[in-house]
Design a protein around this ligand. Structure first.
Ligand SMILES: Nc1ncnc2c1ncn2[C@@H]1O[C@H](COP(=O)(O)OP(=O)(O)OP(=O)(O)O)[C@@H](O)[C@H]1O
Ligand SMILES: [Mg+2]
Length: 191
């Protein structure tokens, strides 16, 4: 007898099909005024800064609209959303592969994140803490964006931008590219 594969994981294609049925923008989302107001301010502020939204964690009972809100954020930000789920990620390298495939500004939606094991949580920590996914891939060539925790990195550098290291201050490197000077945490630099 043929085995049937049953999964409750929400996959990207399903979300796209379902997409037309779900509210697409905040104004279509019914009720939950406070949540909507907060998200609106949050989204508008990020857009004005020309930055991505900070990390968002939704919790609440089934059917309350968490997945829908994730999609709405992507639509409102005008960006692409990648979808995965806690149970879908099994091997340690899988999270790294997902993170490395993200483009600048993409939203990664992780459904059922409460099912993450400790090692899965660890694999996400660096990206969540720093907002940075791609690290240096050769000496003093960086791909960075603002560090939301310190605000010390000044701008985004494309892969292949050459920087000069001017000196160090503890765990921070003072760097220069063009006429701009900024700071980069030593974790990002391979020399
Ligand atoms: N505030 C809302 N306005 C309009 N439709 C809503 C709202 N909240 C939920 N829905 C609809 O209810 C259904 C369930 O919402 P959704 O899948 O986003 O919930 P969830 O919190 O992610 O649930 P689960 O925990 O089961 O994953 C969807 O079809 C969604 O479009
Ligand atoms: Mg959901």
């Amino acid at each position: 007898m043929k085995q049937r594969i049953i999964t409750t994981d929400l996959m990207e294609e399903e979300l796209e099909t379902e997409g037309s049925l779900r509210p697409q923008y905040l104004e279509d989302y019914i009720g939950q005024q406070k949540v909507k107001e907060n998200l609106k301010i949050f989204i508008e502020a990020a857009k004005q800064r020309g930055d991505v939204l900070d990390h968002v964690l939704f919790y609440g009972p089934p059917g309350l609209g968490k997945t829908t809100l994730a999609g709405i954020i992507a639509n409102e930000m005008g960006t692409h959303m990648k979808v995965t789920s806690g149970p879908a990620i099994e091997k340690p390298g899988e999270m790294a592969a997902i993170l490395n495939n993200l483009q600048e500004g993409d939203i990664l939606f992780i459904d059922e994140i409460h099912r993450f094991s400790k090692s899965q949580q660890d694999s996400l920590l660096h990206a969540v803490e720093t907002g940075t996914v791609t690290l240096s891939n050769s000496s003093s060539v960086l791909n960075l964006r603002n560090n939301p925790w310190t605000g010390r990195i000044l701008t985004t550098l494309q892969n292949g931008t050459n920087v000069t290291i001017l000196g160090t201050e503890g765990r921070w490197y003072k760097i220069q590219w063009g006429s701009t000077v900024g700071y980069v945490h030593s974790d990002y630099i391979k020399i």
